[in-house]
Write a protein that binds this ligand. Sequence first.
Ligand code: G3H
Ligand code: 13P
Ligand code: ZN
Length: 348
Amino acid sequence: MPLVSMRQLLDEAAKGGYGVGAFNVNDMEQIQAIMMAAKETKSPVIVQASRGARQFAEDLYLFRLIQAAAELNPEIPIAMHQDHGNSFETCRSAIELGYTSVMMDGSLKEDGKTPSTFEENVEVTRRVVDYAHERGVTVEGEIGVLGGVEDGHGAGGSGLDHITDPDQAVEFAERTGVDALAIAIGTSHGAYKFTKKPDGSVLKMDVLIAIHKRLPNTHLVMHGSSSVPKDLQDIVNQYGGKLKQTWGVPVEEIQLGIKNGVRKINVDTDNRLAITGAIRKVFAESPEKFDPRDYLKPAREAMKKVVAQRMTEFGQAGHAGDYKPVSIEQIAKGYKDGSLSTRPLVAK
Ligand code: G3H
Ligand code: 13P
Ligand code: ZN
């Protein structure tokens, strides 16, 4: 199956009332882990690459691996997404490669660190939307700023520093025409999100619900949504790691989000922890081993287990065969003739 429009994937998720995990990849084993999980749970899936991932793996290697995943798994709808694009150019180059979706994260300036102004965000996001929609490619924007820093990307600080203002979210969505909108409700990237288990008020679920009520046709996106389970932290530490105890986003809060318009859920850290724990275990228990397959295979299996569990928890499991993928050319026509317009965005 060719790569699918993320817009189609999210529209179908909205119809079915479920969420779709968007999992970060940097290498072949991570892509394989996701595909193994998608196949086992019969899930449509979003695979995403950050700028750091594209640099690490080199664009062409990574993209050809995704194409291989699509060819080898014709029954699984896969959208390939640019995570946290920092500029028009990053999004343009992803589209040129064949990505079916891009995130223009205009909440930060091009340096990926400094919060931008609302007007700057609208302007660059609108430009990406015009370019992408003409080519049938989906666009995710971001309003409000997440906490934490990943690979040099992020504003730092706590996730509670720049919560999304619902009025701004509405104006942003209307002026840009994004298909999906990432909002800041208190999560942050990386392992260190919360110092104790967060409840619904720490996570500002009320803000999410308010935004969904006013923007019922815009798919909401939760970033920084790893749950950082204790068992994964424990395996890393048991075999020589030095993680401080930490809490992530409880799955029940994500499920509440899914009931209120969240369709895309970004998960990276949980998979990083699973991979690292599995590799540390082999190194600690079998120090005589030096064939990379001896530790990459258990690492891939550990990631597959986490991804399959999230696919089930987010509700995407079992939905791979629900619909026929529409070609990207067809999607481009839909944007042009208005049938895929997200308007009217605002609930009256
Ligand atoms: O948004 C962050 C993702 O976890 C990707 O992280 O930029 O370190 O590849 P990265
Ligand atoms: P986590 O660090 O919580 O996995 O978040 C990943 C993310 O938001 C990628 O864009
Ligand atoms: Zn993110």
